[in-house]
Write a protein that binds this ligand. Sequence first.
Ligand code: PAF
Length: 284
Amino acid sequence: MLILRTVQDIQSWLTFHSAKGSSIGFVPTMGALHAGHISLIDRAKRENHLTVCSIFVNPTQFNDAKDLEKYPRTLEADSLLLSNAGCDVLFYPSIAEIYPPGLAQVKVDLKGLDLVMEGAHRPGHFEGVVQVVHRLLDIVRPDRLYMGQKDFQQFTIIDHMIKELNLPVQLVVCPISREPHGLAMSSRNERLSTEGRKQAAFIYSTLSKAIDLKNTMKPEQICLQLFDELNQDPFKPEYVDIVGADDLLPIKTWTDSPVVICTAVWLEGIRLIDNIILSLAAKE
Ligand code: PAF
């Protein structure tokens, strides 16, 4: 696997391979890779001639300086995982490569998708995500972009950006990878204690109750009940929302359109997010 650090180097590599007609699958990450990321690499490899993964801890999407500082940086282990998975290129740029002086900020009307759930609790977060994903797409120009369903709001916003700007890339959303007891895989799980990691399975088991409750209760009642259940030591939920999968707005009654239950919960000072698509019509 090649490790390329500059825009110039990756673009020369891409120009050479695109000229030969190779399709490019792209997996953007912030590193601290786990089996969930590798499932995206596997899918990209199946569907494209070549796979590029980026590792860039994007400072503009952290609204909490301590969170940015504590974000795990594990380049050596990450490169090993990627190369074992058969990734062709790891793009590992510096901040100056991604944000050179004078770079124009992309303007996209997110139509309020960025103001609910994660956006309401992490102001400015999605502006940073949109900037960096747009910049990375501009550099890599992939045929397909692979993102995980765990960050439901993130991929919905990126999907919106791609459509608004008419970008020539297909977004492929991959299912959440879970630990055996149900905890959604996340780089943040590494910061939990062994005990905390076991306890965190409670988030998914609680959220899963919505699948049955859906038959007898209104969406709002389920949110209140599950919020209460999660609101017990050592957990501290921020929100439990059942929203339309397209507009991310809370729903009042059940409909045939896809809906998703989303939550963010603090445990041991770590903010964990999870979601479950509740309707049969999965969003992809
Ligand atoms: O999901 C992530 O890891 C990040 O938000 C992303 C998409 C790589 C942008 O920095």
